[in-house]
Design a protein around this ligand. Structure first.
Ligand code: SAH
Length: 352
């Protein structure tokens, strides 16, 4: 039987026939190739995967976000029906913790619908299992543009979504900015040009998606919260492309399709795009400040009182990891946009 060529071989063949691939095209294939792209063949999140995310560390993350969402729903006057949208829901854990907290707070799940935007078929299956016992209508979409525009208030959330999208890199060579590509030389993928001295990144998928999200929020009226790692300076930090494999970082081109490829989110650009679309923005602010303002530490201690000793240890470790500046407290940021100027999102202080 003829062996199907691997993704690596197919990318090599493509480069041999039509020349080096842009980083953006290369990432899109490495992440989303329907045969063996990363998100099509791997469960990336969890101890057996490549990385751990906040909702996988502690239930408190989803609980305080649920309180934040409910507060805004109350500020809007408890509108029904309403929609809860999540971008890139991973294993479904954040949504499970949000819905569990909504039930405790007696939010009428029958008046709401959940819309999940997820590209990975494997993660979609996990989300279906995770959410199957909740009495709420859930729908899945591979792309945000597929979500129907209905009426009703919208609450949207995305944790570590933007960092997963493909980027371009541009480097200065003499007077010109040239787009970096990936070539196959001496039996390996290499960057062309190799220099990273003056480097800027751009995320075309973000440029396309933000106006779509903005239109959706304006049509429905609503609010979105995004948490991710990244920076808020106008000038990019330089090369932020990284590969993560089994909880370690690797040279970005060494495990194509097997390692996650991510970048640091340019929050400055994200904010500008939403402002250009006439939405109200708050943040980004450090994730640690945001979570602490929502009572993250008090809730962690409350749970510890009822927990077994080993659970106490992991709850407290997670709280430190998510809030301490030396861990995820500063590099990770919280950012919110809304279509109403009067909403006051908790944890964000105006004028900062
Ligand atoms: N929010 C989750 C998962 C973060 S990982 C958590 O905090 O645990 C990134 C998520 O975005 C995954 O679910 C991944 O499959 C999804 N994803 C990546 N690229 C996507 C795209 N282009 N469209 C929709 N979902 C995408």
């Amino acid at each position: 039987m003829k062996k199907t060529p691997t993704l690596e071989h197919r990318l090599q063949a493509q480069i041999a026939s039509s020349g080096p691939l842009s980083i953006e095209a290369f990432m899109a294939r490495a992440l989303y190739d329907p045969n063996d792209g990363y998100y099509y063949q791997k469960i990336p999140i969890g101890r057996d995967g490549d990385y751990i995310t906040a909702p996988e560390m502690t239930q408190v993350f989803g609980e305080v976000i649920a309180l934040w969402l409910v507060d805004l729903w109350h500020q809007a006057g408890n509108p029904t029906p309403f929609h809860l949208v999540e971008m890139g829901p991973g294993r479904g854990t954040l949504m499970v913790d949000i819905l569990r907290t909504f039930i405790t707070l007696k939010i009428p799940l029958s008046e709401m619908s959940v819309h999940l935007v997820e590209i990975s078929p494997l993660l979609t299956n996990m989300q279906q299992t995770a959410l199957s016992s909740f009495p709420v209508h859930v729908q899945w979409y591979k792309d945000f543009s597929e979500i129907p525009k209905n009426n009703g208030f919208c609450l949207m959330i995305g944790n570590e979504f933007w960092d997963a999208l493909p980027i371009q890199q541009w480097v200065q060579v003499g007077q010109d900015w040239v787009e970096r590509h990936i070539d196959w030389q001496e039996d390996k993928f290499v960057f062309l040009p190799q220099t990273t001295e003056a480097l800027r990144e751009a995320c075309p998928a973000m440029e396309t998606l933000v106006p779509q999200i903005a239109d959706y929020l304006k049509a429905h009226t609503g609010v979105a919260l995004f948490l991710d790692y990244g920076y808020d300076e106008e000038q990019a930090l330089g090369d932020t492309l990284q590969a993560v494999y089994h909880h370690h970082s690797l040279p970005p081109l060494s495990q194509v399709g097997k390692a996650d490829l991510t970048h640091h989110v340019n929050f400055h650009r994200l904010k500008t795009l939403f402002q250009e679309a006439d939405l109200n923005v708050d943040g980004p602010i450090p994730q640690g400040d945001f979570l602490k303002a929502l009572g993250f530490e008090a809730r962690t201690e409350r749970l510890c009182e009822q927990a077994q000793p080993h659970q106490r240890g992991s709850l407290r470790t997670a709280a430190v990891r998510l809030t301490h500046p030396a861990h995820m407290g500063t590099l990770f940021k919280a950012f919110t946009v809304s279509s109403f100027p009067t909403l006051q999102p908790a944890g964000f202080f105006k004028g900062k």
